[in-house]
Design a binder for this molecule. Structure first.
Ligand code: SF4
Length: 351
């Protein structure tokens, strides 16, 4: 599989994806302190130029005329689950749509799950988004606006994961820019340790991150350490097999010294048995990892079964008893089709 790259439409500039220097240039300000003021308003979540009350009215009007709107996208649907999760469908400037989710855990930690592409080219068999196909990459503005919309609805957000629609390492420059804006001490100031990129296993992207950073949390959707089964479930494995993937992760770990998260979507009838757990254990060494077990969330039309509680317990215990840090991810957001692998449902309804 070749790395598909498609840029977002280049027709307009929106300030929500720019840093101070770029804002100064885009606005033709010639005064850095004004650009800093605008940047700071955007980072605070200001929805419009009119809300930037410490700018002269004349400048606000000029910016309104020049850019039309501060943001390029808008919320078209908001769905709340009983467990507190919130899924937003975001309408983009060209009419396409993506989804993002806010997940709140029992300790009150709020995690924004952001999309990086419209649809996804990776075609993972167990994923709703994968069955939709791929339309285009998102720009940094479109990624950041998902964050701002979620923040507007739910207040302070502690963590960000690029685990929504799309493969973030196939849109690495836009994702890098969004990470730079999220972590900028002059702006949102989020620690890089609170930001995770989750990849299906794009080896050149992992090596690029290892070499050039940023040094954030890396998660890999491994699903299985069985070569044939991984190729069946995740076509990416036909391009970069398990040996190449592991070599890239070793390189990443030697450069960053960070633990890597392996995401395991557990499918009741495919990879939830003891043999699969044994294979996984053999593959992991000598990587330092945390394994996140994600019981598959059923998606209408996809031919898999959810794992039973007994399967999940046995699988987790097998790894945990052998010294692997193992976390079971809760089924959060399922009531609104906002859990892992379920995004895209409302997009289908629109078609
Ligand atoms: S699991 Fe991730 S990489 Fe795979 S198809 Fe779904 S969105 Fe794409």
């Amino acid at each position: 599989m070749e790395a598909v790259q498609s840029d977002s439409p280049p027709f307009l500039v929106f300030l929500s994806g720019l840093d101070t220097k770029e804002i100064e240039q885009a606005c033709g300000l010639g005064e850095t302190f004004r650009a800093k003021q605008i940047y700071s308003w955007i980072a605070k979540g200001s929805p419009s130029f009119d809300a930037m009350t410490n700018l002269p009215k004349e400048l606000r009007d000029r910016l309104g005329l020049r850019f039309g709107s501060l943001r390029s996208s808008s919320i078209s649907t908001a769905l709340e689950d009983e467990d507190g999760s919130l899924k937003l469908q975001i309408r983009l400037r060209d009419g396409a749509a993506v989804e993002c989710v806010l997940l709140e855990d029992i300790e009150g930690r709020k995690t924004a799950c952001l999309s990086s592409q419209v649809g996804c080219p990776m075609g993972c068999q167990f994923c709703r988004t994968g069955s939709l196909g791929f339309l285009r990459n998102l720009g940094p503005d479109e990624i950041m606006e998902q964050f701002y919309f979620l923040k507007e609805q739910r207040g302070f957000i502690s963590n960000v994961v690029f685990m929504g629609m799309g493969e973030p390492l196939l849109n690495l420059e836009a994702v890098r820019k969004a990470v730079a804006l999220l972590s900028d001490p002059e702006g949102l100031g989020m620690s890089l340790r609170k930001i995770t990129i989750s990849t299906s296993g794009i080896v050149p992207g992992i090596l690029d991150l290892a070499e050039h950073g940023p040094k954030l949390r890396l998660a890999v959707s491994l699903t299985t350490a069985d070569e044939a089964l991984r190729s069946e479930l995740m076509p990416v494995n036909k391009r970069w097999g398990l040996a190449e993937l592991k070599a890239a992760l070793m390189e990443y770990q030697s450069k960053t010294k960070e633990r890597i998260t392996l995401e395991l979507v557990l499918l009741g009838d495919k990879n939830a048995d003891q043999k699969s757990a044994e294979k996984l254990l053999g593959w992991i060494s000598p990587l330092k990892v945390q394994v996140n077990i994600i019981p598959w969330n059923s998606v209408p039309g996809l031919p898999f079964t959810e794992p039973s509680k007994a399967q999940i317990k046995a699988f987790s215990e097998y790894l945990a008893f052998r010294g692997i840090v193992c976390v079971q991810r809760m089924h959060r957001g399922r009531g609104v089709m906002g859990a892992c692998g379920q995004l895209g449902d409302t997009l289908m309804a629109d078609r």
